[in-house]
Design a binder for this molecule. Structure first.
Ligand SMILES: Cc1cc2nc3c(=O)[nH]c(=O)nc-3n(C[C@H](O)[C@H](O)[C@H](O)COP(=O)(O)O)c2cc1C
Length: 177
């Protein structure tokens, strides 16, 4: 299985990337082929809604996104990993998701398997509510076959007390998919 991973944190050794690394270790033990794109370190222009692509065609921006979209179209599974920023995806990864617009139908028809990983500082009932709903609707809209979601609350920095539990969860998810 080919897996493409999109990450959204500028902290290379932060919490969401820690869970991604665990997930990769688990997935690689199954022999899966993984391609990872770290959005904060790539050139991804936000969608400007010009509709040049007509939701199915070339984008006016020839940045890193066409390559990412080609890789998505050549993959069996897509993984989204983000820190929670104001109850949602970070802008870096959301910009990439918005750029799906130019291949919207192709992505929907591909029926990709998916995994979502999010990490947040807070540990209350509210912190993951919005992203949980957003993920649920994205799965439905993009016709994803979701294989697992890790919503890591109370995990605001590496070394937090919740880290061990979430690392195990991420490794096990990578191993069982
Ligand atoms: C701009 C910004 C917004 C944030 N918003 C929230 C939030 O709404 N709720 C929360 O619990 N933590 C919030 N945090 C904290 C991060 O989600 C948390 O520290 C996370 O573990 C960071 O992930 P990373 O280490 O992968 O970058 C925010 C942090 C930043 C920088």
């Amino acid at each position: 299985m080919k897996i493409v991973i999109l990450t959204g944190s500028p902290h290379k050794k932060g919490t969401s990337n820690t869970l991604v690394n665990e997930f990769i270790e688990g997935a690689e033990s199954n022999g899966y082929i993984i391609t990872r794109f770290d959005m904060p370190f790539l050139n991804i222009h936000p969608c400007i809604g010009c509709d040049h692509c007509g939701m199915s065609g070339p984008c006016v921006f020839n940045d890193d996104m066409p390559k990412i979209l080609d890789t998505i179209m050549d993959s069996d599974m897509i993984v989204f990993a983000t820190p929670i920023y104001y109850f949602g995806f970070s802008a870096q990864i959301k910009s990439a998701i918005d750029r799906f617009y130019s291949r919207n139908g192709q992505i929907q028809r591909k029926h990709l398997k998916s995994v979502f990983i999010a990490t947040a500082w807070n540990n209350d009932n509210q912190v993951m509510q919005a992203i949980e709903k957003h993920i649920e609707i994205l799965i439905d809209y993009l016709n994803l076959d979701n294989q697992g979601t890790i919503l890591a609350k109370g995990y605001g920095y590496t070394g937090a007390s919740s880290e061990k539990h979430y690392k195990e969860e991420a490794y096990n998810l990578g191993k069982r998919i």
